[in-house]
Design a protein around this ligand. Structure first.
Ligand code: NOJ
Length: 746
């Protein structure tokens, strides 16, 4: 198929991008290629198209150099063919960048990102992302649209599932780990370019309704929403995606301040910026662009390099250059950014994939084990009245029930285009496999899916429960209830699940709930009637074995909440790191689990309180029980006073005072008591997982650079403000006694 007129250009491109060249050589080569490109070819590189198989239109687009990237194709043979067309039949032989939404695993599905965050184990998350990259690149995919680091404080928003939750620091740490994992050291063809998204503020969509506007003022933008993006960029993220939302009237795809001043000038980002799907054209609906031409001009001039599926660049950029509304030098810059990433990924050397490799890496032992460990570490024990772990030697009949007990598709969660449900192990399958020979495992689902209403189903489950020694009820949300465009106004369990739980509890049999969901839920009723609650953000392929091992004590829960669990849907957005207000609630945290159900109190002295659901959430950020108990000593600081360039050494003793070997996530929180602008009541500044045998104790140190206390205050510059601080080390965001220290000016 090689046409001689393509050959010289193709060979030129191949030779320009020989492996292992230095950055200067790389730049020189990109310049040489750029000088060969027509304006149309440049614009083609800035265009991303969604493909489904080999189609004449798409083949022609690639052949004509009208696409720099394709998304949504995962068949390695088809990908190879598109690459062949690009390399051999397009005039300049520039390889394609092949993308896919690989959000929490490709074939082997890991827990949803919110679940990964609840491990508080960035190294495990990095490792999982590395293995995911190996699985995906074996199919020819070299770019994923992950991590999403949108700080998400509203559980109604379906996309909270894709985030690391409500905390700025946790999103930053997890986002950076994912970037490192996906991209590896970029030395071989297993490097999967990361795309940090959605820039910025999308998680603050008003009322938790997807695509809605946000109103984030500049200080909150700097202090809360931007740091995770900066961390991901500093970790080397090769690409960044703009967001759908308009913040205070400016859509993410048309925000030059963010894309140029902050991203390029302040952070030195040298990758490329892609729009979200059709978000350039959507600026017309926003009322921010008059038409497609205006949208193309705004997006390009705001700093967008690649258009995902709006087609406005290909339709209008040539004309815009001719009229002078867009400068060709800005187009050149965008193309440079794109070619640089293609070069960095080694695509010019070899864009093809060995089609036999996929079978070797998909679902192999290493990745299945990593998926199991992540699911294990991500499960959070919310409540346990002495029923867990289940002692298998003391039961003869177990009832397994509930719509999530055997729902392989649903336990994978949102954004799992490529995970195969046939490879997913459910709790029912795992329990039968582990204990089916020793005890009778009765399976009666009650409800067959999470939104079902069925009195008959409930009656059947209750009848089965009467015969059992313990009820293991698997409730929650189907995958379809969270994710993009899947938002809820009421975040209690759907369908007849609450009725079913009440009916099961009324049998008087020990009731263990495992809740699998894509968001924090309101579990107030459930917390009153269940003897134990294990919460698992949709845990993925290996969720069943992980949950079974936790329920039966082969492993001990260690997950912690990455987002607050509210006491009522009307309490959201609620998050631990709020400001104090001028009239803070002065109740006690014993109210944490004792939420007034009615508006029983009509006055608490004009403080910030809700009559019908109190002040405190049901389960706070950072919370999670174990089968053992941990005792914390008061933290000891190496000094009382620090200068802005010092490092604070915080030492504490942690003791496992219970009967199980277990892992605790020790959390470091700080409060800046007085600032030039009011500061949050607490901010997470560090955490570490510590494993201890029963009775064992150890001394541990956090090292906290004083610079980590810097923030954007009244004058909007980032600095540490001298003054007094409180500091806690505890197992969640509401425990521990503070110690004090001061920061003095240099
Ligand atoms: C829209 C979503 O907002 C974004 O996160 C995703 O990566 C793109 N579609 C591509 O599928």
């Amino acid at each position: 198929m090689r046409n001689s007129s393509y050959v010289s250009a193709c060979l030129l491109a191949m030779s320009l991008f020989a492996a292992g060249c230095s950055r200067t050589e790389e730049d020189a080569r990109i310049e040489r290629l750029l000088s060969q490109m027509t304006l149309q070819e440049k614009i083609g590189q800035m265009n991303q198209l969604s493909v489904a198989g080999l189609t004449p239109d798409m083949e022609a687009a690639v052949r004509n150099g009208a696409a720099g990237s394709i998304l949504n194709e995962v068949n390695p043979e088809i990908i190879n063919e598109y690459q062949r067309i690009a390399m051999e039949e397009s005039r300049l032989g520039i390889p394609l960048l092949v993308a896919r939404d690989i959000i929490h695993g490709f074939r082997t599905v890991f827990p949803i990102p919110l679940g990964m965050a609840s491990t508080f184990d960035p190294e495990l998350v990095r490792y999982g992302a590395r293995l995911t990259a190996q699985e995906a690149t074996a199919s020819g995919i070299r770019w994923t649209f992950s991590p999403m680091v949108d700080v998400s404080r509203d559980a109604r928003w379906g996309r909270i599932a894709e985030s690391s939750g409500e905390d700025t620091y946790l999103n930053a740490v997890m986002g950076a780990s994912m970037v490192r994992g996906y991209q590896g050291d970029c030395s071989d063809s297993t490097s999967l370019a990361a795309c940090v998204k959605h820039f910025v503020g999308y998680g603050a969509s008003e009322s938790g309704r997807d695509y809605n506007s946000t109103y984030i003022p500049p200080r909150a933008l700097r202090n809360v929403y931007l740091p995770p993006f900066e961390a991901a960029v500093k970790a080397g993220a090769m690409t960044l995606m703009t967001s759908f939302n308009d913040n205070d009237g400016v859509p993410g795809t048309g925000n030059a301040f963010l894309l140029k001043d902050v991203l390029r000038d302040e952070w030195g980002f040298d990758g490329f910026v892609v729009t979200d799907w059709a978000s350039a054209a959507e600026m017309i609906q926003h009322g921010f662009a008059r038409d497609g031409k205006d949208a193309a001009s705004i997006a390009l001039n705001s700093g967008v390099d690649m258009d995902m599926m709006s087609h406005v660049f290909t339709a209008h950029l040539e004309e815009l250059v001719a009229s002078g509304a867009v400068k060709e030098k800005d187009i050149d810059n965008a193309v440079r950014n794109i070619l640089r990433i293609k070069s960095r990924l080694g695509l010019f050397d070899n864009p093809y994939v060995d089609v036999d490799r996929a079978a070797e890496v998909q679902y192999n032992d290493s990745i299945m084990d990593a998926a199991y460990r992540t699911a294990l570490e991500s499960a959070i024990l919310l409540r346990n009245e002495g029923v867990l772990p289940v002692d298998i030697s003391r039961v003869r009949r177990i009832l397994v029930t509930g719509p999530m007990a055997d729902a392989p598709h649903d336990q994978m969660g949102t954004w799992t285009f490529d995970g195969q449900k046939e490879c997913t192990v459910t709790p029912l399958v795992a329990i039968r496999e582990m204990y089916g020979d020793d005890v009778e495992v009765i399976y009666e689902p009650g409800l067959t899916y999470s939104r079902e209403f069925s009195q008959r189903g409930i009656a059947a489950a209750v009848a089965a429960a009467r015969k059992a020694d313990v009820i293991l009820a698997f409730m929650g949300e189907e995958a379809i209830l969270s994710g993009e465009a899947h938002c809820l106004a009421d975040i209690t369990l759907k369908g007849d699940q609450r009725k079913m739980i009440a009916a099961l509890a009324a049998t008087g049999k020990p009731l263990v709930l495992t809740v699998m969901a894509g968001r924090p839920l309101v579990l107030d009723e459930e917390s009153r009637v269940a003897d134990a609650i294990l919460f698992s953000f949709h845990p993925g392929t290996m969720g069943g074995p992980a949950i079974a091992d936790l329920l039966f004590g082969k492993a001990v829960p260690s997950g912690k909440l990455p987002a607050t669990f509210p006491a009522a849907s009307g309490q959201v957005p609620c998050y631990y790191s709020h400001n104090n207000t001028g009239r803070p609630f002065r109740g006690t945290e014993t109210m944490l689990y004792d939420i007034p159900r009615e508006a029983s109190q009509t006055s608490l002295g004009n403080t910030s309180y809700m009559l019908d659901c109190g002040f405190y959430p049901l389960y706070p950020f950072g919370y999670g029980l174990s089968y053992t108990e941990f005792g914390y000593s008061a933290p000891v600081l190496d000094r009382q006073e620090y200068s802005p360039d010092d490092v604070i050494r915080v030492t504490f003793t942690l003791t496992n005072t219970g009967r199980y070997a277990a892992t605790e996530v020790a959390q470091l929180y700080v409060r800046d008591l007085v600032g030039s602008s009011a500061r949050p009541v607490k901010e997470l500044k560090g955490f570490r997982r510590i494993s201890l045998a029963p009775g064992e104790s150890g001394e541990y140190t956090f090292e906290l650079p004083v610079q980590d206390l810097a923030f954007y205050g009244l004058d909007m510059t980032r600095k540490v403000e001298p003054g007094d601080f409180h500091l806690w080390v505890a197992g969640d965001s509401v425990s521990g006694e503070p110690v004090s220290f001061s920061v003095v000016a240099d």
